[in-house]
Design a protein. Sequence first.
Length: 62
Amino acid sequence: MSKLHEAKHHVNVKLDMDELDLTSAESKATYEEIKKYVAEHNDAMKVSSLNIAQVKRKRMRL
């Protein structure tokens, strides 16, 4: 970067943000999405935000 003023050629790059990969945070389900999934797949089971947090914390330790 210190010799940038000496460069005789340069390349312009246009990045379309829609084409970039998802970040790890974007690929994770929200608590509401998890609750909805559980409700749709297990009629008798409901989970709380506390339940989800406990499972996530336990999975991080593994």
